[in-house]
Design a protein around this ligand. Structure first.
Ligand SMILES: Cc1cc2nc3c(=O)[nH]c(=O)nc-3n(C[C@H](O)[C@H](O)[C@H](O)COP(=O)(O)O)c2cc1C
Length: 398
């Protein structure tokens, strides 16, 4: 999905060894629909060629204030007509120059004239980053309205482990979406559950389901991007958690229940996308059951019904449930919305391979308490998540 379409983003690249990672950053921003323009310091061009960025973005790259006729006032217009100017990676040198108002090359001059949002992504050796002068310059820029994305801890180009690494480009893209999004969920406390739960038969064998957590993680990511304070309670999954979301990891239905109850109070909206086990083995065997070749029977008990508990003690909270069915989807969902006192139910047919479980896309029907249906056709789960959140926004206004 192109979430940055209509946005113009300028990437200023400076002379850091991490400059090569900006090629991937430019590619990802363009893939998200943004118009990407690149400017570079002369030192940056020693690390990576402007030609790489011209090819990736389809736009000319500026790196010399004077040698490119016809671009003479770009240092003024670029920072005023764009949505975001980012310096990624930002060297200690450019940070110092901007903090002190110097304008002796294209990037520093552009920054003096920039009126749109500004993002700074410092990347350098750990001792440089720790240096009091660098820290004081970063503080100055924060005070002046720069959004600063802290570097990461990790193996640096010098071979030393420390704080100073340029973040993964996908995190910068995520931050960019956050900076440029409308914050229509600002002030809202959103609790999301995601993924499967697992129930132990013995120390190595489990009963679980095919949920991957992608749908719930998309809801958490979309909610965070739109300004909500999000808590994500997740069963075991291999999906990367949204970076800036408070994620609580659980395994069993019982653990999920306890975590949900703990975080429920004070939530404005709860979206329960987790596929919680309905049954669990009556008891977990202490030792691994040996293979003996004979049939076995596992007696199962029902697990606690989390949605039911929430529905009974709902207060002013908006409660959204999911129904993953293979037959009689809507009839079951309509029954469930009333039985569990939900405000909305999102129904997905998990019998088709290209949607629902494990897929990056989903087709769902959103049903409200009055029985109104909204079909959301097959689309990426992040878009589906935004459509669900749109309905939550509408419900809060009604
Ligand atoms: C191999 C190499 C890697 C460098 N990496 C960084 C870096 O990651 N961060 C940084 O602040 N400076 C780094 N420098 C130093 C800058 O290139 C130097 O301070 C330069 O003056 C920055 O110029 P600019 O800010 O105009 O691009 C590196 C230098 C070399 C030779």
């Amino acid at each position: 999905m192109e979430t940055l379409s209509g946005k113009t983003i300028v990437i200023c690249i400076t002379g850091s060894i991490a400059a090569y990672k900006s090629a991937e950053l430019a590619r990802q921003l363009k893939k998200e629909g943004a118009v990407v323009k690149v400017v570079m310091t002369k030192n940056a061009t020693r690390f990576i060629s402007p030609y790489t960025f011209e090819t990736l973005t389809g736009n000319r790259v500026i790196w010399d204030m004077f040698s490119q006729p016809g671009m003479s006032i770009d240092h003024i217009s670029l920072g005023q007509e764009s949505d975001l100017v980012m310096i990624a990676p930002a060297t200690a040198n450019i940070i110092a120059k901007i903090a002190h108002g110097l304008a002796d090359d294209f990037v520093s001059t552009l920054m003096l004239a920039t009126t749109c949002k500004k993002l700074l992504c410092p990347a350098m050796d750990k001792e440089m980053f720790k240096n009091g002068l660098v820290q004081s310059n970063i503080s100055t820029l924060k005070e002046m309205g720069f959004i600063v994305m802290e570097p990461e801890e990790g193996l640096l180009a010098s071979g030393i482990f420390g704080l100073g690494r340029f973040p993964d480009p996908s995190f910068i893209v995520e931050k960019t979406k956050y900076i440029l999004s409308e914050k229509d969920l600002s002030g809202l406390k959103l609790l999301v559950t995601a993924g499967p739960t697992i129930e132990y038969i013995d120390p190595v064998r489990i009963v679980t389901n095919r949920s991957t957590g992608k749908m719930g993680y998309a809801v958490a990511r979309a909610g965070w991007t739109r300004g909500a304070e999000v808590t994500l309670i997740s069963g075991p999954t291999s999906v990367d958690p949204p970076r800036w979301v408070n994620t609580v990891n659980v395994e069993t239905a019982e653990e999920m229940y306890k975590a949900v109850i703990h975080h429920y109070k004070g939530s404005d909206v709860v979206i329960k996308a987790a596929a919680v086990s309905d049954y669990k083995p009556k008891g977990k065997l202490h030792d691994k059951e040996k293979k003996h070749g004979k049939p076995i029977t596992i007696e199962m008990n029902p697990t606690v019904d989390i949605l039911n508990e929430l529905g009974n003690d709902k207060g002013g909270c908006i409660l959204v449930g999911f129904a993953a069915e293979t037959t009689d989807h809507e009839a079951y969902a309509i029954d469930k919305i009333h039985r569990k006192n939900l405000d909305l139910i999102v129904v997905n047919d998990v019998s088709m391979g290209d949607r629902g479980f494990a897929s990056d896309k989903n087709e769902v029907t959103i049903i409200d308490r009055q029985g109104n249906r909204e079909l959301i056709p097959l689309m990426p789960k992040l878009e589906v998540a935004n459509r669900i959140l749109d309905r939550v926004v509408a419900l809060r206004k009604s």
